[in-house]
Ligand binder design. Structure first.
Ligand code: B1M
Length: 234
């Protein structure tokens, strides 16, 4: 850490300056500073969701661009991811604190060959906050792992995440296997991840592509409402 950084007292920065500083701290992988800043914003009555989207996701977007352009490399990005997780850990209980009744159950995991988990974790957190029970399978999930969890957990929704163009086709492997086994209609399948889009979601036979965690929650709620309406109609 430079002398200049030593001099910065996070609590003395105004909101805009603090968010800019968080972008820098995330970039530099400074977990403790990120945790402190998250707490400061919460003390200033920022909604947890706003802290998440404006400060943490905003900062990670900058990291992503410089990773893409070869300015940052894997070790630095891992540190940034670790700092982001520190902030997310503080927000998680707050996002889940809505006291909403359980509206449904989701099994979610990142697909085989893919170890990106920040986006998936965010979706899981937001779904829990909206009253869903979430079973997180972690990263690098094979079709067998997904199917085993569906069998054991009997969720309403299967969520799959992929961040690489090379791993996103694996979602189709999972959906095709569900079709082969006659189980496809037992679950709502939602997919997401930066390289995906709606067209891809349709092409692989998912029920919906979710651009971000907020859309995932809204989409999941819509499907649950439809399911309950169908059940009520007999
Ligand atoms: Co990787 N990586 N990475 N990486 N990484 C990307 C994805 C990349 C776009 C960077 C770049 O080049 N700009 C690029 C992919 C290029 C491509 O395929 N087109 C890339 C690459 C190439 C790689 C490696 C191959 C690098 C290498 O080794 N040479 C390698 C692959 C390892 C592997 O998986 N096998 C690799 C490794 C890593 C790290 C380990 C260093 C680290 C991951 C740490 C971790 O996750 N624990 C990492 C990171 C952090 C990134 C970037 C910088 C950030 C991803 C992230 O966390 N974003 C990323 C660049 C980028 O995306 N801009 C990049 C923040 C997160 C909140 O957003 O994940 O999009 P996101 O999630 C969103 C939505 O997409 C959606 O909601 C979330 C929240 O709003 N969503 C869902 C996601 N999943 C969902 C599931 C749903 C619904 C919505 O289900 C219902």
């Amino acid at each position: 850490m430079s002398d200049q950084d030593d001099d910065i007292i996070l609590s003395e920065l105004d909101d805009d300056e603090l968010v800019q500083q968080m972008f820098d701290d995330l970039y530099d992988g400074l977990r403790e500073e990120i945790e402190e800043s998250v707490n400061i914003l919460l003390e200033r009555n920022w909604e947890p969701y706003r802290v998440l989207t404006e400060a943490l996701v905003g900062g990670m977007t900058i990291v992503g661009k410089d990773f893409r352009d070869g300015i940052l490399f894997v070790p630095e990005v891992l540190l940034a991811a670790n700092a982001m997780k520190g902030g997310m850990a503080i927000l998680k209980p707050l996002l889940a604190e809505t006291g909403a009744p359980r509206v449904g159950k989701m099994v979610i995991g990142t697909v085989k060959g893919d170890i990106h988990d920040i986006g998936k974790n965010l979706v899981g957190m937001m779904m829990e906050g909206a009253g869903f029970e979430v079973v997180d399978l972690g990263i690098n999930n094979s079709v067998e792992k997904y199917l085993g969890a569906l069998e054991t957990e009997q969720p309403d929704i299967l969520g799959m995440s992929a961040l690489l163009t090379t791993t996103m086709p694996y979602m189709k492997v999972v959906i095709d296997t569900l079709i082969e086994q006659g189980k496809r209609d037992n679950y709502v399948v939602l997919v997401g991840g930066a390289p995906l889009n709606e067209e891809f979601g349709r092409a692989i036979g998912a029920d919906a592509y979710c651009r971000d965690a907020a859309v995932a929650v809204e989409t999941a709620k819509d499907f649950m409402a439809r399911k309950h309406n169908r059940m009520a109609a007999g």
